[in-house]
Write a protein that binds this ligand. Sequence first.
Ligand code: GLA
Length: 387
Amino acid sequence: MKNTMLQHFEKTFGDTDGVRVFFAPGRVNLIGEHTDYNGGHVFPCALTIGTYAAVRLRKDRNLRFFSVNLNKKGVIHSSLDELIHINEDDWANYPKGVLWAFAQHSFLVDQGMDIVYYGNIPNASGLSSSASIEVLTGYILMKLFDFDLDFKKLSLICQYAENKFNGVNCGIMDQFACAMGKKNHAIFLDTSNLKYEYAPIDLGDAKLVIACSNKKRGLGDSKYNERRSQCEEALARLKTVVDVQSLGDLTEEEFEVHKGVIEDEVLIKRAKHAVYENQRTIRAVAALKNHELETFGSLMNESHTSLQYDYEVTGMELDTLVETAWKQEGVIGARMTGAGFGGCTVNIVKNDAIHAFIENVGKVYEEKIGYKADFYVVEIGDGPVEL
Ligand code: GLA
């Protein structure tokens, strides 16, 4: 891949003298959805697919960005003195946001760069293509400018970029998972204090299969921020009767006792998901540690149902993929992953059933939805590296 990236760079910017090549993963969340901005737990893992970049420092303060995937947009020009969000800059607002966020945290970049990006994760699909670009860009800055920061801090700065520069009030999960990835492990992260633990993922005779709905989704124009404020409102009402910092502090029983104070049916459903999903995630990780993969799978299924009926972030495309998956032989668990509203599902499928799974789910999906889904059998990989 290094050579391919060097070729892309040469084609775009002329030659490859002094060019360095880097990679950062995408992620899939196994369970714990929409809990990360509610002080709950998440359980994502980094993938071996993600984003590559070939980069060279410039002598001036100019920035030139090119995406092989979005090559129709051409080279996007900016400068270290113009780090503001500009709609026409499209995807390049992600790397620009990271440069801006580094400066905000006193990591000052004083030389421009030419960068070519190429991603082998589908865009806007719920596998964190944007966090992958952000973490990759931040890692490049760490390496090129010798900034002294660890991967946890890197993920926080990248989240800051997404929140403040790109206007998506996302939690920490995606940036954390991309930065802190570990081969064959998922990250059990408590988002209330960023304490985490790596849990080995041994699926025995099964694999992770991602089904991509190909329904495009951008968090900015989705209902993501609305869900977040609904949870905040429900929490504010609960706080009038119970001493908690976040919805993640509540057990299911405590929630059932106090939920009446929320009064609004929709807000109760949103908060219920956040509370139950957090407890489900804790139980799911315990089951995995006990090698109870079937229990883990059932909890994944329950997670989807809660996202479908209580959090209402699935939609016909994801529901079709998941409900069809549940009917297939050899499926241990299936749920939507990421923010929802389109994007991907994650499935644990027995090796000898994968072929039929892809064929059958793909057929039903195309018949019902009218276009194809894509399937990826994925491996769990490490965080960012220089190639
Ligand atoms: C997006 C956000 C994450 C998280 C998920 C939902 O991926 O970026 O912070 O909230 O949605 O779990």
